[in-house]
Design a protein around this ligand. Structure first.
Ligand code: NIG
Ligand code: FE
Length: 426
């Protein structure tokens, strides 16, 4: 049944031109937010029309009224009265490691006792520890775990998600992770193969890269289960040369490229991402300004992940405002992983605005419109913004102000989330 959403508060539709928004466009509330009083007509999971609420009420349901957010059927249409609540697009989490088993909670104490991420990895903690736990999970266990996490993300307004493999590190277990991702439901999923997340415990790095090129990548391509390839390109993990070899082979196989770069040191990863024409260079925490300019020129987005330094007790964050000043395209995401258990993009918005000084509108653009540029919608629809012909994926805030989306740390700011035209009350 079609749905009519009436009496919206401010509508942060974020629809302006094509591609990622940059510079002052990210702050332009006159172009990106429509004043209160709009309505949206939805059918088949697609926004059919955005127009004046009063006009649509008269035209579609003869001036009748529904019952708030619960929804009431009138003239064969589900009518939802938003009561002046602000509306923003469904959020797009453009970087997650959603699927893994085990628990690494002990590592926070080790860090506080002076150990680094690198030294924890060397003593068998970190990624390799999670790999051991994840390999023993059956496909059904991975799916059940993933669905529970999708539920949490959805209750925090996420309607589309990039999901990486990377805690299997063998051909079989990486394929099992990609298979599990393909069976998730509730949000739109875009899958990325991250076989080169770390060398597996049983093999030296060079041998693993050879195995990836000879066996794992061909099997992933054959499966058709991944849209993109990613590599943890960082001194101590995979070198620039290894990353380039893996990415070129993946690109030959038709995959897009996303990369983990410059997370702990400036290792030249963002320049490589630009050179390869990657969709994004993620973390890009310590990249120099030359590399950021190269990425911008290549159309490679920097995907900032402020939840990672936050979860590791660090106070240094990536330079998002400088990127706005320089008109470099960037987005932001959760980086949900065993070491950063954040599934809430509004919490990432808190960090962006309350720790990094980024304007709440620019922060919203970063986790919706701009993240959608690197995270495709399962149905090939426009998302991360609210436009006629685009996905009916949106959030109704529990507030008359769109700015409230990123000002409730630890609490979902949303009264309801619509995915594919279906409204879920929170
Ligand atoms: O993006 N840095 C590489 N991968 C993840 C962390 C993985 C882990 O610690 O398990 C990240 O932060
Ligand atoms: Fe990551």
């Amino acid at each position: 049944m079609p749905t009519l959403l009436l009496e919206l508060g401010p509508l942060a539709h974020l629809a302006l031109g094509e591609g990622p928004l940059t510079g002052q466009q990210m702050l332009d509330d006159e172009s990106l937010v429509e004043a209160e009083g709009q309505g949206i007509f939805i059918d088949e999971g697609v926004i059919q029309r955005i127009s004046e609420s009063d006009e649509m009420r008269a035209e579609y349901i003869g001036g009748k009224r529904g019952f708030g957010l619960v929804g009431e059927e009138i003239e064969g249409i589900t009518v939802i009265e938003a009561g002046g609540r602000a509306v923003v697009p469904g959020l797009v989490d453009s970087h997650t490691h959603l699927l893994w088993g085990g628990d690494r909670s002990r590592e926070m104490r080790w860090r506080l006792q002076g150990e680094s991420y690198q030294s924890i990895a060397k003593r068998g903690g970190g990624i390799v520890h999670t790999v051991q736990q994840t390999r023993s999970m059956r496909l059904e266990d991975l799916i059940t775990t993933g669905l529970a996490r999708v539920e949490i993300a959805l209750s925090n307004g996420t309607t589309a998600m990039e999901v990486k493999s990377g805690y299997g590190l063998s051909t079989d277990s990486e394929l099992r992770l990609l298979e599990a991702a393909s069976q998730l439901q509730g949000v739109s999923i875009d899958s990325t193969w991250l076989g080169a997340h770390a060398p597996p415990p049983e093999m030296e790095r060079g041998a693993y890269v050879e195995q990836i090129l000879a066996e794992q990548l061909p099997a992933v391509l054959e499966s058709g289960l991944a849209q993109s390839a990613d590599v943890f390109c960082e001194p101590g993990w995979f070198t620039l040369e290894e990353t380039e070899d893996i990415c070129k082979a993946a690109m030959d196989g038709g995959l897009d490229i996303r990369l983990h770069v410059d997370e702990f040191v400036d290792g030249g990863g963002l320049s490589l991402a630009a050179e390869l024409g990657a969709l994004s260079g993620d973390h890009a925490h310590w990249s120099d300004s030359q590399a950021r300019a190269e990425a911008s020129a290549a159309g490679t987005l920097q995907c900032f992940l402020p939840g990672t330094p936050f979860s590791m007790g660090e106070t240094h964050f990536p330079p998002a405002n400088e990127c706005i000043e320089s008109e470099f395209p960037w987005c932001a995401a959760s980086d949900f992983n065993p070491n950063c258990q954040i599934l809430s993009l509004p919490f990432i918005g808190n960090l962006l605005s309350q720790r990094m000084g980024v304007d709440p509108l620019a922060s919203l653009v970063a986790v919706s419109r701009n993240s959608a540029c690197v995270t495709r919608h399962e149905k090939g629809l426009k998302h991360g913004m609210l436009v006629e012909g685009g996905a009916a994926d949106l959030n109704i805030l529990d507030s008359p102000f769109w700015e409230s989306w990123c000002q409730r740390p630890g609490i979902s700011p949303f009264a309801a989330t619509m995915k594919d035209g279906d409204l879920m009350l929170h």
